[in-house]
Design a protein around this ligand. Structure first.
Ligand code: NAG
Ligand code: NAG
Ligand code: NAG
Ligand code: NAG
Ligand code: NAG
Length: 452
C-alpha cells in the first residue's frame, strides 16, 4: 500500500502532488517510532530460548505460541525496517533526482516560454513585415501614380509652353500676314496697272511694227525706183560721152583686135567705154581677159555690188565685172577660153563657143555653148545658174555657197569649178587631172562671123 503511494508521489509530471508526498513522509516517521517501541525485547528473545530449555514447564508451554508469534512479528518488523530504510534512501535519491528534474523541467519550461515568446515575437515581426511590405507596395503604387501624374503634368506644361509660343508666333505671323496682304494688294494693283500699260505698249509696238513694215515696203519701192533712175542716169551719161566722142570725132575700138599680139591695157568701147586687158598670146588674137588669178593678192570674197562693178588691178588678179560682161556678150556671140595651171605646173584649157551673161534682172545667168578642151567639162555643171555672192543667194543649195567657198560664182550646189574661190584653198577645177590651181584666167573674144 505504501509503495503505491511512493510511486504516485514520485511521478515527476504531477508536481502538484507535493503536499501528499510530505504527508507520506510523516506517516513513515510514525511507523518507524512504532517499530522502535516493539524492538525492545530483541535480546530477551535469546533469553526466551534459554528459558525454554531451562524451563520447559507448563507455563512455558502455554505461553510459548504467543512468544513465537511475537518473535515472528519482531522479525517481520526488522525486515520491514530495513526495507523502510532502503526505501527512504531510494526516496532521498529520488527526491534529489526529482529536484534535479524539477529544475530541468523549470529550465525547460522557461526555455519553452522564451521560445514561445520568440515565436510570438517572430510572428509579430512577420506581421509587421507584411504590414510594412503592403505599405511599401502601397507607397510604390502611389509613387507610380504620382510619377504618371508628374509625367502628365510635365507634358501638359511643355504643351502649355509650346502652345504659348505657338500662340505668340501665330499672332506675329498673322500680323506679318496682314502686312503681307496689304503689300500684296498694293503689288496686285500695281501689277494690274503694269499689265494694262504693257498691253497698251504692246498694242503700240504692234502698230509701230506694222507702220514700219509699210514704211520699209515703201522704202524698198522707192529704192528700186531710185536704182532704175540711177541706171537711167548712167545710160544718159554714157550717151553723153558717146555723143561727145562723136562730136570730137574720136575713134575708140570695140574690141582688142587692133592692139597687136602682146598683152596690154587698152580702152575699148561697147556701150560704155572702159579699160580691158587684151591678150593675143595664150590662144590666138583678140582675146579680152575678163578674170585673172595669178598671185592671190586680191580678195575675191566680195559683195554683189562689187562683183557687178568689177574689182582688182589689170596687172594682177581682177574680175572685170558682171555688168560689163553682160553688156559685151549681149551685143554679139562671144567665145570663152579658160586657161588653168595646176599646182605641179601642168597647163589645161577649156573653151566654150557661146559664152553669154544675162542682165542683172536675170541674175547674170551663165550660158556656155559647146565645149572643147584637154580637161573635164566642169563648167557645164554651172550652166544657166545665176550668180551668187555672200549677200545675194541665188544658188539652189540650201546654204549660200558663196559663204562656204569665199567667192562669187554661178554656184549650183555648190560647184565643180570655182575660179573665184579663195586662192590656195578653194580655187579649183574638179577633175582627175587638176584640182587646186596655181593660176586661172578667163578670156573672151567675139565669135568670128562665118558669113564674113
Ligand atoms: C488681284 O486683283 C484682281 C482684280 O482686282 C483679283 O481678281 C485678284 O483676286 C487679286 N489677287 C490678289 C492676290 O489679291
Ligand atoms: C496706229 O498708228 C496710226 C498712225 O500712226 C494711228 O492713226 C492709229 O490710230 C494707231 N492705232 C492704234 C491702235 O494705236
Ligand atoms: C568731151 O570730150 C572732150 C575731149 O575728149 C573733153 O575734154 C570734154 O570734157 C568732154 N565733155 C564731156 C561733157 O564729157
Ligand atoms: C575679203 O573681203 C571680205 C568682205 O569684204 C572680208 O570679210 C574679208 O575679211 C576679206 N579677206 C581678206 C583676206 O582681206
Ligand atoms: C601634174 O599632176 C597631174 C595630176 O594631177 C598629172 O596628170 C600631170 O602629169 C602632172 N604634171 C607634171 C608636170 O608633173
Amino acid at each position: 500500500m505504501s509503495s503505491k503511494h511512493f510511486h504516485l508521489c514520485f511521478n515527476p509530471i504531477e508536481t502538484f502532488e507535493m503536499g501528499r508526498i510530505k504527508i507520506n513522509v510523516i506517516l513513515l516517521i510514525i511507523l518507524k517510532l512504532f517499530l522502535v517501541g516493539t524492538t525492545t525485547g530483541e535480546e530477551t528473545c535469546e533469553n526466551d530460548r534459554e528459558m525454554d530449555k531451562l524451563c520447559g514447564g507448563h507455563t512455558y508451554k502455554s505461553v510459548k505460541p504467543l512468544l513465537d508469534y511475537f518473535k515472528q512479528v519482531r522479525n517481520e518488523l526488522d525486515q520491514s525496517e530495513i526495507k523502510e530504510k532502503h526505501i527512504s534512501e531510494i526516496n532521498a535519491d529520488l527526491m534529489i533526482k526529482y529536484h534535479e528534474i524539477v529544475a530541468i523541467h523549470e529550465k525547460l519550461m522557461k526555455e519553452a516560454f522564451q521560445l514561445d515568446e520568440y515565436k510570438n515575437q517572430i510572428i509579430r515581426k512577420e506581421n509587421d513585415l507584411q504590414l510594412c511590405q503592403s505599405k511599401v507596395d502601397k507607397l510604390e503604387s502611389e509613387i507610380n501614380s504620382q510619377q504618371t501624374t508628374i509625367n502628365k503634368l510635365t507634358l501638359h506644361a511643355n504643351f502649355l509652353a509650346s502652345y504659348d509660343e505657338c500662340k505668340k508666333e501665330l499672332s506675329d505671323k498673322s500680323n506679318n500676314l496682314e502686312i503681307c496682304e496689304v503689300q500684296l494688294k498694293k503689288l496686285n494693283s500695281s501689277v494690274i496697272e503694269k499689265d494694262e500699260k504693257i498691253s497698251e505698249y504692246s498694242a503700240t509696238i504692234q502698230n509701230i511694227t506694222e507702220n514700219q513694215k509699210t514704211i520699209s515696203l515703201k522704202l524698198e519701192e522707192k529704192q528700186t525706183v531710185l536704182f532704175k533712175k540711177d541706171k537711167d542716169i548712167e545710160i544718159c551719161h554714157e550717151e553723153i560721152v558717146k555723143l561727145n566722142r562723136t562730136l570730137h570725132n574720136n575713134n575708140i575700138p570695140s574690141s582688142c583686135l587692133p592692139f597687136g599680139e602682146h598683152p596690154s591695157v587698152h580702152e575699148i568701147e561697147v556701150c560704155s567705154s572702159f579699160d580691158v586687158l587684151c591678150d593675143s598670146q595664150l590662144a590666138g588674137l583678140d582675146w579680152i581677159v575678163i578674170q585673172q588669178r595669178i598671185n592671190g593678192k586680191e580678195n575675191f570674197t566680195r559683195d554683189w555690188a562689187t562683183y557687178r562693178k568689177g574689182f582688182g588691178s589689170l596687172d594682177g588678179d581682177f574680175f572685170l565685172g558682171l555688168e560689163k560682161m553682160s553688156e559685151l556678150t549681149s551685143l554679139q556671140q562671144y567665145e570663152l577660153y579658160i586657161h588653168l595651171v595646176a599646182k605641179n605646173g601642168s597647163i589645161f584649157y577649156a573653151r566654150y563657143d557661146d559664152f553669154k551673161i544675162s542682165d542683172e534682172d536675170h541674175g547674170y545667168a551663165l550660158s556656155l555653148g559647146k565645149f572643147k578642151g584637154n580637161i573635164k567639162d566642169a563648167m557645164r555643171n554651172h550652166e544657166n545658174m545665176k550668180f551668187t555672192t555672200f549677200d545675194r543667194d541665188n544658188d539652189p543649195s540650201y546654204d549660200n555657197c558663196a559663204v562656204w567657198y569665199n567667192g562669187g560664182w554661178w554656184y549650183k550646189s555648190c560647184s565643180h569649178c570655182n575660179l573665184n574661190g579663195l586662192y590656195g584653198q578653194y580655187l579649183y577645177w574638179y577633175a582627175e587631172k587638176a584640182n587646186t590651181l596655181k593660176e586661172a584666167k578667163m578670156l573672151i573674144r567675139p565669135k568670128e562671123d562665118k558669113n564674113k
